[in-house]
Design a protein around this ligand. Structure first.
Ligand SMILES: Cc1cc2nc3c(=O)[nH]c(=O)nc-3n(C[C@H](O)[C@H](O)[C@H](O)COP(=O)(O)OP(=O)(O)OC[C@H]3O[C@@H](n4cnc5c(N)ncnc54)[C@H](O)[C@@H]3O)c2cc1C
Length: 385
């Protein structure tokens, strides 16, 4: 298919990891499909190029745990499958809880995780210190640790999926913004972009924090809201920190990259919806305070780089995936908050199977847009940020 082609079997909006994983898996499932991926900007320009690279199976509900067990497996295979270095480091995740409520959340979550066969375990504060000797454990009531969780460098996954999709014939068009649709009855007829239009009857909305804007062009009302999330990286240090450490109470998290930098962020309790991606001194102050409380040794470390990206927030912190009732052939893959990177390999694969073969997926029923209208909000205790 040439870049000028004006017809596609499927148009994927968004060349972040979610759109690219979906396109790659679609091309594998149905090699003859004409697939076009459109992105308003460049590869890695969205949240997929701006995140902390944390990938974990420590969740509280069974569906998320099982999904992430499968996704972690796909992450592990990625380097070989796509012939690219992913800097995957399986140092585990250490969650800590200070309040009684978060302590209970850890206890309940680890019980479900163990039923799913995950090797996570609860640790006392003293035991947590055996995993990270530099941790200040005075305030810590309980911790949980899963040694098979990991941290990756995000960019190779975006590049790997893009290259893999291109090799399978997928047409990826960057700097091509979707600006409208034409409909035929209850379905889609055409996608309009800043660089011409494409006739198609099937569209995947993987526009991340802009998914609600894209859906609005089809008069589909989605509750997703963008929200800035900041992150920073320190100067490189000698390796000393094995797991990613995350505090369930204030949402601070940090890990050490393979190059030695401490990469981390913290939730801002006063963050407002919006698309501002600038960096703030307020974040540095919040992060420094939370980080140094957990790990006093980091007080003298210099910040090397600071940046921000957009979380794609939904009212129940769960994604919106699959078809919608309002428009035929309009599939969603959005609302992934601060955990869409880790879920993209498995979600892209399952969504591709669903679109290509109509494979029914109970998960997508759970994650359907209509749950908000029906008041069926979902619950997950292991959300940070
Ligand atoms: C600071 C930070 C830290 C994070 N840490 C983690 C982490 O440790 N682990 C984890 O799993 N997740 C993390 N996340 C979340 C994760 O990055 C996202 O959930 C994931 O990258 C979402 O992928 P996506 O493909 O849906 O969106 P994106 O990567 O944002 O891609 C969406 C794309 O859609 C394009 N687009 C938007 N509108 C249009 C339009 N009209 N036409 C065409 N294209 C359009 C955009 O240009 C963009 O490239 C973090 C996020 C941030 C911001």
């Amino acid at each position: 298919m040439t870049a000028e082609s004006s017809h596609a079997d499927i148009v994927v909006i968004g060349a972040g990891i979610m759109g690219l994983s979906t396109a790659y898996h679609l091309a594998r499932e149905r090699p003859k499909l004409r697939i076009v991926v459109l992105d308003a900007g460049y590869l890695c320009g969205g949240a997929s190029g701006r995140n902390g690279g944390g990938i974990r199976a420590q969740w509280s509900n069974e569906a998320n745990i099982r999904l992430m067990q499968e996704s972690l497996h796909l992450f592990g295979e990625f380097a070989k499958e796509h012939r690219i270095n992913t800097w995957l480091r399986r140092g585990g995740y250490l969650f800590v809880a200070r309040s009684a409520a978060k302590q209970r959340a850890l206890e309940q979550s680890v019980a479900v995780q163990n039923e799913c066969g995950l090797s996570s375990r609860l640790l006392t504060a003293k035991e947590a210190r055996a995993v990270v000797p530099e941790l200040e454990v005075r305030d810590i009531a309980l911790a949980s640790y899963n040694p098979t969780d990991a941290v990756v460098f995000p960019w190779p996954f975006v590049w790997g999926y893009a290259e893999g999709a291109r090799e399978l014939g997928v047409d990826i068009r960057t700097f091509t913004r979707v600006i409208g649709f034409e409909k035929r009855g209850r379905g889609i007829r055409r996608v309009s972009t800043t660089r011409g239009s494409i006739d198609t009857e099937a569209v995947v909305n993987a526009a991340g924090a802009h998914s609600a804007d894209v859906a609005k062009l089809l008069e589909v009302d989605m509750p997703n809201r963008p929200q800035r999330h900041e992150i920073c990286s320190s100067e490189p240090l000698k390796p000393w920190l094995t797991p990613l450490v995350a505090d369930l109470d204030d949402g601070v998290y940090f890990s050490q990259s393979t190059r030695g930098e401490i990469v981390g962020g913290v939730a801002d309790p006063e963050a407002q919806p919006g698309t501002d991606q600038s960096s703030s001194v307020r974040f540095l102050a919040l992060y420094a305070r939370a980080l140094v409380r957990l790990c006093p040794r980091l007080a003298s470390v210099r910040v090397l780089r600071q940046w921000a990206g957009l979380y794609d927030i939904t009212p129940d912190s769960h994604p919106i995936v699959g078809p919608v009732d309002e428009v035929e052939g309009f599939f969603q893959a959005s609302g992934f908050m601060g955990h869409g990177f880790m879920m993209a390999p498995i979600i892209g694969k399952l969504l591709a199977q669903h679109i290509a073969h109509g494979t029914p997926l109970p998960l997508f029923e759970r994650w359907n847009l209509r749950r908000f209208r029906q008041g069926r909000l979902l619950e997950e205790k292991m959300i940070i940020g």
